[in-house]
Design a protein around this ligand. Structure first.
Ligand code: NDP
Length: 384
């Protein structure tokens, strides 16, 4: 049976991995919409290759270039944030939500409102709008499948089990490129060093998040919404090899873990084929070659992000959205060479300490919180 697909963030790292799998299974899929921010040339190339119905750039200034690149193809072109939402609302059977940052929230919610399958990579959207998004999934009968490798691993380890029997959900963390760096070295870490992840090839923002451990913090909040076993049953362990993608321990002492290569095509394939399985071209694990798997506790002195995220999750309401927005601004500032690596968490903590907005009742409240937290973060960064 042919299924329809939309990829939000088609030109990114997750988008490319998704489309690589679709390319290998062309007869099983019909592409509805592909979207990007401003990379019109690559988006048009993909839209033509996959015979998409429509290609959308969120940045309207990139629309003329998209139109030019699609001329004569018969593929519709559109631009702007509302066009992005309209494309997501076309009701694909499966929507891969792979925009980076809270910018992905509105189109992801539009896809959820159509009641299809949402393969969610865009963790910032769930962190910012947690309760609102989960309620919308239930209200519209949508199916939220986690693509983030840790959450996909947990999803697989929970299959067929009652969450009442869960003792621990353990998120593994590679520790990023700086896991063994001293504080003095961290202070001088450059953007080029931060995006050079030892195990995974990813977009710039998540690579920096991985280096600060905010990625694991965001994932803790993501897990809190996806697997409601209680925050006190969620923990993080550093596992430098990134072979065990996460684990679930049950009350009888059994621990189920999901292992796999460090290749996002594995969890993406799991979500695309769910509840079945599909082939991937990934090199299988060779555990004898890997030899040993090691684990250690996270160091929250050098990497305070997981503490900040846990506190934000505990506070609930709008606080995770504040944490996420402040982090997005701090990361962008760091990538622009305008703040030190070790100031990222400090900026986020300053913004979190500056106010406490009321819990959001709806999506527009989430956007208000996000906007205000970004403004505060810019002021904090500028004043430092
Ligand atoms: P990339 O930076 O590689 O790609 C981001 C995509 O989003 C691009 O298509 C980009 O378009 C688009 N985009 C960026 N900004 C906007 C915007 N303001 N409005 C609309 N579209 C926008 O990111 P990744 O693929 O690495 O990550 C995507 C998401 O998946 C993130 O939330 C990340 O945390 C999550 N994730 C990623 C993993 C990975 O291995 N990469 C692993 C697990 C989760 P353009 O090309 O035009 O800029």
């Amino acid at each position: 049976m042919v299924r329809t697909l939309t990829v939000l963030g088609a030109t990114g790292s997750i988008g490319a991995s998704t489309l690589d799998l679709i390319r290998r299974n062309r007869d099983d899929w019909r592409v509805i919409a592909l979207t990007a921010h401003a990379n019109a040339v690559e988006l048009a190339r993909l839209a033509i290759e996959f015979c998409a119905e429509i290609a959308v750039v969120a940045d309207e200034a990139a629309l003329p270039a998209l139109r030019d690149a699609l001329a004569g193809s018969g593929i519709a072109a559109a631009g702007g944030e509302s066009a992005l939402v309209e494309a997501a609302a076309r009701g694909a059977d499966v929507t891969v939500a792979a925009i980076v940052g809270c910018a992905g929230l509105a189109p992801t919610m539009a896809a959820i409102e159509q009641g299809g399958v949402i393969a969610l990579a865009n963790k910032e959207a769930l962190v910012s709008a947690g309760e609102v998004m989960i309620a919308a999934v239930a209200r519209h009968g949508a199916t939220l499948l986690p693509v983030d490798s840790e959450h996909n691993a947990i999803f697989q380890c929970l299959a067929g089990n009652d969450t009442a029997h869960v003792r621990w959900i353990t998120l593994t963390a590679s520790g990023g490129p700086f896991r063994d760096w001293t504080w003095d070295r961290l202070v001088a870490a450059t953007p080029a060093e931060a995006v050079r992840h030892p195990n995974w090839s990813m977009g710039a923002k998540i690579s920096v998040d991985s280096a600060t451990m905010f990625n694991k913090g965001l994932e803790l909040i993501e897990a809190h919404h996806l697997f409601p076993v209680g925050l006190d049953r969620l923990r993080i362990i550093v596992h430098p090899q990134s072979v065990v993608h996460s684990m679930v321990e049950y009350r009888d002492g059994s621990t189920l873990a999901q292992l796999g290569p460090s290749d996002m095509r594995v969890p993406i394939a799991s979500a695309l084929a769910w509840p079945g399985r599909m082939d991937t071209p990934c090199t299988p694990l060779d555990l004898a070659e890997i030899g040993s798997l090691t684990f250690r506790k996270p160091d929250e002195e050098r990497f305070p992000a997981t503490r900040l995220a846990r506190e934000a999750a505990q506070a609930g309401g709008s606080i995770p959205a504040v944490l996420n927005a402040a982090n997005e601004i701090a990361v962008a500032t760091f990538l622009a060479g305008q703040t030190a690596f070790t100031r990222i968490a400090a900026h986020v903590e300053d913004v979190l300490g500056s106010y406490a907005p009321p819990p959001p009742a709806c999506l527009s409240d989430v956007f208000d919180v996000d906007r205000e937290a970004r403004a505060r973060a810019r002021a904090v960064v500028a004043g430092s």
